[in-house]
Design a protein around this ligand. Structure first.
Ligand SMILES: CC(C)(COP(=O)(O)OP(=O)(O)OC[C@H]1O[C@@H](n2cnc3c(N)ncnc32)[C@H](O)[C@@H]1OP(=O)(O)O)[C@@H](O)C(=O)NCCC(=O)NCCS
Length: 180
């Protein structure tokens, strides 16, 4: 990976992450509204989160992470990555979230999805990108559908939130599905 690489979309910029971002990312991981539909694991002290970020951060073909910034300001608002990419199969899995709640609903996640999927197909030569989403996460499902993801399967009642079970939906995007 190019150090400090920047990818630009219509609304957002994707940039590499570093130690200056750890406090912000830890705050997001401890915001129950941001984590509502994500696996929030167990409470984690800042030092443990830093160690986790450091383990994750070296970008490689198999695991490439970016911070999301609005184009008009230098402010980290979210995180997106392609992980477990395999050159043999051309498959990779995608994670995205916007940790700053005040920017939800402005189209930033949709634009960030387009930028990272372009990167995956054009630069990494991927063939298929997948992700898992909780059935109750209507905003995320809408974002993925706007980019061309389709439902491929369901793990029934795999995710529990607020005393209810939700299916976990596997969605996939072939290069030919991609709505650039
Ligand atoms: C889900 C998330 C990524 C969406 O980001 P965003 O920048 O607000 O998304 P966008 O503005 O690009 O698009 C949101 C779309 O969902 C729609 N939407 C929002 N809330 C909705 C709801 N409750 N039901 C149905 N659609 C909804 C919006 O209308 C919009 O669609 P439209 O363009 O057709 O109007 C963001 O809210 C987030 O990171 N949430 C917390 C973490 C998370 O859930 N990540 C995904 C895990 S799989």
């Amino acid at each position: 990976m190019d150090g400090g690489a920047v990818l630009t979309g219509d609304l957002v910029r994707l940039r590499t992450l570093g130690p200056a971002d750890y406090a912000t990312r830890w705050r997001w991981d401890n915001d129950p509204e941001v984590m509502r539909w994500l696996d929030d694991g167990h409470p984690e002290p800042f030092a443990e989160a830093v160690a986790r970020f450091e383990r994750q951060d070296p970008n490689s073909y198999a695991n490439v992470s970016f911070g999301i910034e609005p184009r008009e300001e230098e402010r980290l608002i979210g995180f997106v990555r392609l992980r477990d990419a395999e050159p043999e199969t051309g498959n990779a899995e995608l994670d995205i979230y916007l940790g700053e709640r005040d920017v939800w609903g402005r189209g930033y996640a949709t634009d960030a999805m387009r930028v990272i999927c372009r990167y995956g197909f054009d630069k990494m030569r991927l063939h298929r990108i997948t992700l898992w989403v909780a059935a109750g996460n209507a905003a995320a499902r809408r974002v993925y559908e706007k980019v061309g993801f389709v439902e491929e399967g369901r793990a029934r009642e795999a995710f529990r939130r607020d005393g209810r079970w939700y299916d976990s939906i596997l969605m996939g995007l072939l290069e030919s599905d991609f709505i650039r």
